[in-house]
Design a protein around this ligand. Sequence first.
Ligand code: ACM
Length: 535
Amino acid sequence: MKTPSLSRFLIRGAAIAGLVAAVAACTQEAPRIVFPETDLAAVPMIPKPLDVAPSGTAFGLDRFTAIYSTEALEGVAGFLSEKIQSKTGLRIPVNAEGETEVHRGIYLSTSEMDNPEAYHLRIGPDSVTISAGSAQGAFLAIQTLRQAIPETSNDTLAEYPIWPVPGGEIRDVPQFGYRGAMLDVARHFFSVEDVKKYLDVMAYYKLNVLHLHLTDDQGWRIEIKSWPKLTEVGGSTEVGGGPGGFYTQEDYAEIVRYAAERHITIVPEVDMPGHTNAASVAYPILNGNGKTPELYTGTHVGFSTWDTRKDTVYAFIDDVVREISALTPGPYFHIGGDESHVTRKDDYIYFIERVEPIVQKYGKRVIGWDEVAHADLDSSTVAQFWADEENATRAVGKGMKVLLSPARKAYLDMQYDTLSEYGLHWAAYIPVDTAYIWDPSTYSAGIAPKDILGIEAPLWSETISTIEELEYLAFPRLLGYSELGWTPAAKRSWDEYKLRLAAQTPYFKRMDIRYYPSALVPWEVPDLPEPQNPD
Ligand code: ACM
């Protein structure tokens, strides 16, 4: 049967029960299909949801399904429709008007919840309802639904393909609000397209922050209009002497836009006062290490510093922070602060304490690597614990929050083992199980759960220069970090997780992700049909 033009009523924010009832009234003549038993709890979801109650029934996703959303969630609804099409070939309309034949609906709405990322997903026989604390929560729910859609259709239930989505209810909320990844685009440059692919996968696994390490000794990768040589000169090479590259402000804005569409916050990092050789080559007036700076394509650290006692340096930083902040809607600006080995300690502290208010002036909250805790900082500033537990504990003593990225557990650039093709091992070898088997909440006795902003998995690029090499190090370990940020320890187990991880191969294949096939994981090698288009 044809639906009447319900959408005008539906879009304008009617209560979800009203939405379902209204469409149900028009769908009672839909053919009754008897599905085999399903088990929502057996779907290999990552990160594992907090609470899953299977019903044994199924929702038949097919060409007669439509998505209905409130106006505020139309972006999320459109994203779902697009992803259903790329997985199944089905073209599912959003807030369909007029002549569309609809048997079953997927309904999206928001409601008052304690956490904006919380959501409730109910997969019933005739409808799917998503109720979330915000558009962000609805977007997270959409990822759960995407993961629940089977890889292949059942073509025996009707004369057209149906994807039986296992039924039940999921109530879910993340353990930490900051679930991040970092990409070093300074040692080797990665294109906007590469970053977008990373963002696609991050979104699917519910990571919500991408920290871009935009500057280092080897390269400056973001255009600053008031200081053009930063990229003209400082962006001209990379580790190994390759051509380098940089993001124009338009490129960066495009990354920010693409991330926002996926409810991912971009955190820009300008690493200072060390790791600044590329900027000092472009503008030697900044330099403070007493030598004539030259472009650097090696991988040693700790030899560069800006002149922390020169006002020009702070005028320069003001321009850089202002221009980048204007392009960055997220709340954070990362000032680096690590491995400033040739900056005297009192100069370092003076520098960090002068830069913090510059960042705050442009409305951003400071993040710095754990060394910044030596300075007298505002309690709103975040210390990113990568190396020194004492620094992290010192930050907690100042009322600051800590972002957990301990190198020996969470650095994606550490080799899996002695045979790994790419990566380093100065902190540890990190096999896929070691990356997963630790608990951010109890990692350090001096850092209580209430002190933890979240976790982030950095990927430094000394040894990788292509997206394939990036994927070898990031996947599959990044998925484990996503689960550590989302799912409480009591619900995690490596033996169970590794089976869910093994079942991600159809997604990896669809996304053309060249993951590292660790022997610790019983991989399921997919044999997928091409997506069908029933029209
Ligand atoms: C770092 O790995 N130098 C933060």
